[in-house]
Design a protein around this ligand. Structure first.
Ligand SMILES: C[S@@+](CC[C@H](N)C(=O)[O-])C[C@H]1O[C@@H](n2cnc3c(N)ncnc32)[C@H](O)[C@@H]1O
Length: 262
């Protein structure tokens, strides 16, 4: 992947900011008005139904008293879970829309976090500030993935943990989208990268210990339920894929979860 030049990178960051200022991730499934308690409940329910692997791999209640930074926190759905679990939370996002929503979300739940509009490629925190840095679905949307990852490493304490997720270039959804022209979410974003397991490991090579776990296998789509394509996907494909023993298809998981220790 070519490294962006400084001016190119600044322009791309602004394009990424504009894009996410105008969009809310998963908005299409929400039934309640934006910013209401029902809105955040819809987002949480949809996310954890679709990503049922997430609480299995990430112990949201396991960081009580630890300092945790979420980069690209969006509407704060995961951050609220960390905060409810007792972590001392900070959340940053390039998008003002996202940070305002995260503030409403945590505020309505009586949870507290330091929430700021900030570029995760240039974090305004001293070295060694946090026990944990978390960034789910962010690295692939930023201008310079290496810069973001290096910043995550810099602000971690020695031995600190960076948890992240990127899309798998060899994942079932990437292959399906290529073969059947199924559009991916946010395909129109200024940046949307996918990585092989090897490329992701290389991005995380500055850490002392790295574990990569492919996850996010096909589940029936809530968004697409009408028409032949939806029928074939929801019944034939989802059923057949999930009938194969997981170890044989694990490497085709759409999400690559990275657990990297500084
Ligand atoms: C797909 S959304 C994911 C939001 C949230 N992490 C989630 O999983 O619901 C990507 C988010 O990353 C943010 N983002 C992208 N590049 C960023 C950067 N360099 N610094 C901070 N936030 C960034 C976007 O503004 C957007 O809110």
């Amino acid at each position: 992947m070519p490294e962006p030049t400084e001016p190119g990178r600044a322009e791309t960051i602004e394009a990424v900011r504009c894009y996410w200022n105008e969009r809310i991730h998963d908005l299409e499934i929400v039934r309640h008005p934006v910013g209401t308690p029902g809105f955040f409940e819809d987002l949480d329910a949809y996310r954890f139904e679709k990503l049922h692997y997430l609480p299995r791999l990430v112990d949201f209640s396991g960081f009580r008293g630890k300092t945790l930074l979420e980069v690209g926190c969006g509407a704060g759905i995961d951050l609220a879970r960390f905060a409810a679990g007792g972590a001392l939370c900070t959340g940053v996002d390039l998008s003002r829309t996202a940070v305002d929503l995260a503030r409403q979300n945590l505020g309505q739940r009586g949870l507290s976090a330091d929430l700021r509009v900030m570029n995760a490629e240039a974090l305004e925190f001293p070295d060694g500030t946090f026990d944990v840095v978390y960034g789910h679905g962010v690295i692939q949307y930023t201008a310079d993935a290496r810069a973001l990852i290096e910043e995550a490493r810099r602000v971690l304490k020695p031995g600190g943990l960076f948890i992240s997720m990127v899309y798998n270039r060899n994942g079932w959804l990437a292959l399906m989208s290529k073969r059947f022209h199924v559009p991916l979410e946010h395909e129109d974003a200024p940046v949307l990268n996918k990585y092989t397991i090897r490329e992701y490991r290389d991005l995380l090579s500055g850490f002392s210990k790295v574990d990569i776990v492919p996850e996010r296998f096909p589940v029936r789509s809530k968004l697409h339920q009408k028409g032949l394509k939806a029928f074939l996907f929801n019944t034939v494909f989802v059923g057949a894929f999930n009938a194969v023993p997981r170890p044989l298809v694990r490497r085709y998981g759409w999400h690559l979860m990275g657990f990297a220790f500084k």
